[in-house]
Design a protein around this ligand. Structure first.
Ligand code: NAD
Ligand code: UD1
Length: 337
């Protein structure tokens, strides 16, 4: 059934892919984004992909009046909340900005939703809430530990949502702990588009493949992993987007909350990612071995069982498809520039 959905941060990386998946599933979607980390061209791209006009509100999730008006005027039935700041290093340097946008923005949104009687929300959390996990694959029951202000804001947001549910059982919350999103939409019209030099592995490898950076630094080859390099659970952003559609549908159908990991349940090392990208772009990808990155976790792999059980969610795309779609996207971006 079609519902009216507000997508905060819907012009960003995960949000834009989720927009397409929600429209494909028949929903009517309104984006609210302040474009602090998204290109102005994204809505046009989304219109091109979906063949439908895109409704965008240029605004900030910290603007209480705007949120209240939007929820009522647009007759919003549920919210998918992506809008947040997400760079770990920046969060160490500017913690107050992270608490302001990530925790303050969510508080503001929830208050406006409560007043409007709209009590269905899907929330973007992160595997970072596990800190250095006690076990891998990591289940949702693992202990939570903040390693930096960014991770702390995600833990605080989850806790706030938990207390809100206790205060009023009408709330239904889908908390999604993403592992490492990668890849791009099959159209090559949207994808990850970092403004500065990226810190994350996949966009960095893409820049080396494009010849925009000279080489990849592999942060540590002495971890207790098969080849000594860090292992992560990379999930194709289109699979991740589908996870949001299932989460939202479950909230709308059952009124029950859920909290799940979204990952594949499989890990890949840094060297495996470089090898897969090499297959995708058919170019040499030079790398050098470097020291470990401070604060890095050796292995992050999701236990994917609960998402399968609760939402029927299973990933469909592998690391080769993530690299191939990333390569198609960055090549297209350059061709259009
Ligand atoms: P992104 O930066 O591409 O998207 C966030 C969007 O929110 C951007 O379009 C930005 O312009 C917008 N935004 C930021 N502050 C805003 C504000 N105050 N008001 C309105 N809009 C605002 O990031 P993403 O990778 O798409 O991440 C989306 C969500 O998923 C975030 O909450 C992030 O913490 C979470 N997450 C991301 C990853 C990842 O690796 N990409 C991993 C785990 C969790
Ligand atoms: C990082 C964040 C995490 C956030 C996630 C998704 C840190 C410490 N953690 O996680 O909180 O949720 O991004 O946005 O920043 N690597 C290299 N060379 C590079 C870059 C990365 O070898 O130039 C390695 C890393 O050591 C790691 C793997 O590649 O083993 C993946 O790194 P990255 O993409 O930054 O993701 P995370 O470390 O999982």
């Amino acid at each position: 059934m079609s519902s009216r959905i507000l997508l905060t941060g819907g012009a960003g990386y995960v949000g834009s892919h989720t927009y397409v998946a929600l429209v494909d599933a028949g929903h009517e979607v309104v984006i609210l984004d302040n474009f602090s980390n998204a290109r102005r061209s994204v809505p046009d791209r989304l219109a091109q992909i979906t063949g439908r006009p895109v409704q965008v509100i240029d605004g900030d999730v910290r603007d209480a009046g705007l949120l209240s008006r939007t929820l009522v005027d647009q007759e919003i039935e549920a919210v998918v909340h992506f809008a947040a700041l997400k760079a770990v290093g920046e969060s160490m340097a500017r913690p107050l900005d992270y608490f302001d946008v990530n925790v303050g923005g969510l508080t503001n949104l929830l208050r406006a939703m409560e007043t409007a009687g709209c009590r269905r929300i899907v929330f973007s959390s992160s595997a970072t809430v596990y800190g250095v996990p006690d076990e891998t694959p990591t289940p949702e029951t693992a202990a939570l530990r903040a390693m930096n202000p960014y991770g702390q804001t995600k833990i605080m947001s989850e806790q706030m949502l938990g207390w809100l549910r206790q205060s009023n059982p009408d709330w239904a919350v889908g908390t999604l702990r993403y592992f490492n999103p990668a890849g791009a939409h099959g159209s090559a019209l949207i994808g990850e588009d970092p403004r500065d030099i990226p810190n994350n592995l996949m966009p960095l490898v893409a820049k080396v493949a494009m010849g925009e950076l000279e080489r990849i630094s592999v942060y540590g080859d002495d971890y207790d992993t098969p080849d000594g390099t860090g292992v992560r659970d990379y999930i194709h952003v289109e699979d991740l987007a589908r996870g949001h559609v299932l989460s939202l549908q479950s909230l709308l159908d059952t009124g029950e909350s859920h909290l799940v990991n979204l990952g594949t349940g499989r890990g890949h090392s840094v060297l495996e990612v470089i090898a897969a990208y090499k297959r995708a772009c058919n170019r040499d990808l030079p790398y050098t071995l470097a020291d470990r990155r401070p604060g890095d976790v050796p292995v992050y792999v999701a236990s994917a069982d609960k998402a399968a059980e609760v939402l029927g969610f299973r990933t469909e795309r592998d690391i080769d498809e993530m690299c191939a779609s990333s390569w198609a996207w960055v090549s297209n971006l350059k061709a259009r520039a």
